[in-house]
Write a protein that binds this ligand. Structure first.
Ligand code: LMR
Length: 400
C-alpha cells in the first residue's frame, strides 16, 4: 500500500550529520549540527551531569513510575526560576504555567498547538532567517508562519529598522517568535536598548512574545545575562510563552529535556492554561521521560552542583570564543579576501559565515568539511587541530 510513496528529503541540519557519517575521509569535520565537542573533537558529558546521574542511580527509593502529564514538578519550578529569575514577579504571583516537554522542539510544538487551539490570532512572525525547524513546527501545529526582517547580509548584523517596520505592520495580537539569546543561525542579537524598543513596540501592538531559549549561558557565559531579554518582557507584567532547552547548556542533547512556560495574567488563568496544556500533551505522548528531568532538577536544586554547572558551562562558552579568535586569526594570516570580523563579533554556538551554497558544496567536496547550506558553521564543533583545515578550505572557496 505504500509502494507509491515518495522519498522524503533529509533534514537540512540533521541530514548534514547523515552525510558526514557516510564520508570515510580521515580529515572530515562536522560543523553542521549545533553540538558541543571538546578540543579532541569528542562529545562532552559534563562532570556535574555524571555526578547527578550517580546520585540518582544510588538512590534506593528511586522508581520508574509515570510522571504526571505536566512532568516533574521540581524540574518545572526550577526551570521557570532559571529563566525568569528567582525574584520574578510572575513566579511570585503564581502566574506561570510550566510543563516539561521534549526539549526545545517539543516545547515549541506544545506551545504552538496550544495557541492554535486557544489564541485568537493564528499568525506567528518568525525572524528571517531562523532555525530551519521553526516554520515546520508552527505550521504543523496549525499556525500560519510569516517572517520579519532580522539579518542584514550587507552589514552581517541586525536589520533593526527592518525588524521594527515588519513588527509595526503585523496585525495586532500576532505571535512573534524571539530567540532569547545567541540567535540561530546568525549569532546576531539585539542590544539591550534594542530589546527595550522591541518590547515597547510589541506591547503597544499587543503582539504576543514566544521566546525560544536554547542557548542560555552560551551567549555571554552567564545564565542571568542571557535571560535579560526575557526578563524585560516579564517585568512589564505582560504575557508570553517560553520554550527552554537543556540540550546545549547541560549537554543533555539525547535526553530531550526542556520546558514550556506560559506567563499568564493571573494565577487563576495559569491553572486553566495548565489544564489545557495537559489536553495537548496527553494524546501526543502521554507524559514526558523521567531521567533527563531528574538530572536537571538534581543540579538546579543543589547550590554546589549549580555552581559546578556554571563553571563547566562557562568553560564551554569560552572554548567557543577561543575558536572564533583562532579562526579569525587563521584567515588573517592567509590574507583571505573579505572582512571576517563577524566571526569574532557574532555570539553563541554559530558563525553565519556569509559563504554561499556553492562554496559550502565545494568545501564538502574538496575538504570534507560539513556545514549547513546557508553557510552556518557550528563553532562548538571546531578545535585548534581543525581550525587550519577550515581556514584553508574557506580561503580556497573564496579565492577559486
Ligand atoms: C541546530 O540548530 O543545529 C540544533 O538546534 C540542533 C537541531 O536540532 O537542529
Amino acid at each position: 500500500v505504500f509502494a507509491g510513496i515518495a522519498q522524503g528529503p533529509e533534514d537540512p541540519i540533521l541530514g548534514v550529520t547523515v552525510a558526514y557519517n557516510k564520508d570515510p575521509s580521515p580529515v572530515k569535520v562536522n560543523l553542521g549540527v549545533g553540538a558541543y565537542r571538546t578540543e579532541e573533537g569528542k562529545p562532552l558529558v559534563l562532570n556535574v551531569v555524571k555526578r547527578a546521574e550517580q546520585m540518582l542511580i544510588h538512590n534506593e527509593s528511586r522508581v520508574k513510575e509515570y510522571l504526571p502529564i505536566t512532568g516533574l514538578a521540581d524540574f518545572n519550578k526550577l526551570s521557570a526560576k532559571l529563566i525568569f529569575g528567582a525574584d520574578s514577579p510572575a513566579i511570585q504571583e503564581n502566574r506561570v504555567a510550566t510543563v516539561q516537554c521534549l526539549s526545545g522542539t517539543g516545547s515549541l510544538r506544545v506551545g504552538g498547538e496550544f495557541l492554535a487551539r486557544h489564541y485568537h490570532e493564528r499568525t506567528i512572525y518568525i525572524p528571517q532567517p531562523t532555525w530551519g525547524n521553526h516554520p515546520k513546527v508552527f505550521t504543523l501545529a496549525g499556525l500560519t508562519a510569516r517572517s520579519y526582517r532580522y539579518y542584514d547580509p550587507a552589514t552581517r548584523g541586525l536589520d533593526f529598522q527592518g525588524l521594527l517596520e515588519d513588527l509595526s505592520s503585523a496585525p495586532s495580537g500576532a505571535i512573534v517568535l524571539l530567540h532569547a539569546c545567541a540567535h540561530n543561525p546568525t549569532g546576531v542579537d539585539p542590544t539591550l536598548e534594542q530589546w527595550e524598543q522591541i518590547r515597547q513596540l510589541m506591547r503597544s501592538k499587543a503582539l504576543l512574545p514566544f521566546f525560544d531559549s536554547a542557548y542560555q549561558g552560551f551567549a555571554s557565559g552567564s545564565l542571568d545575562k542571557d535571560a535579560q531579554s526575557v526578563r524585560m518582557f516579564v517585568a512589564d507584567g505582560g504575557e508570553l510563552l517560553m520554550a527552554q532547552s537543556y540540550a546545549k547548556n547541560m549537554g543533555l542533547y539525547g535526553e530531550r529535556v526542556g520546558a514550556l512556560s506560559i506567563v499568564c495574567g493571573s494565577a487563576d488563568i495559569a491553572v486553566k492554561v495548565e489544564s489545557q496544556l495537559k489536553l495537548v500533551i496527553r494524546p501526543m505522548y502521554s507524559n514526558p521521560p523521567l531521567h533527563g528531568a531528574s538530572i536537571v532538577a538534581t543540579i538546579l536544586k543543589d547550590s554546589a552542583m549549580f555552581d559546578e554547572w556554571t563553571v563547566e558551562l562557562k568553560a564551554m562558552a569560552d572554548r567557543i570564543i577561543s575558536m572564533r579568535e583562532q579562526l579569525f586569526d587563521a584567515l588573517k594570516i592567509r590574507e583571505t579576501p573579505g572582512d571576517w570580523s563577524h566571526i569574532i563579533k557574532q555570539i553563541g554556538m554559530f558563525t553565519f559565515t556569509g559563504l554561499n551554497s556553492e562554496q559550502v558544496a565545494f568545501m564538502r567536496q574538496e575538504y570534507h568539511i560539513y556545514m549547513t547550506s546557508d553557510g552556518r558553521i557550528s563553532m562548538a564543533g571546531l578545535s585548534s587541530r581543525t581550525v587550519p583545515h577550515l581556514a584553508d578550505a574557506i580561503h580556497a572557496a573564496v579565492t577559486k
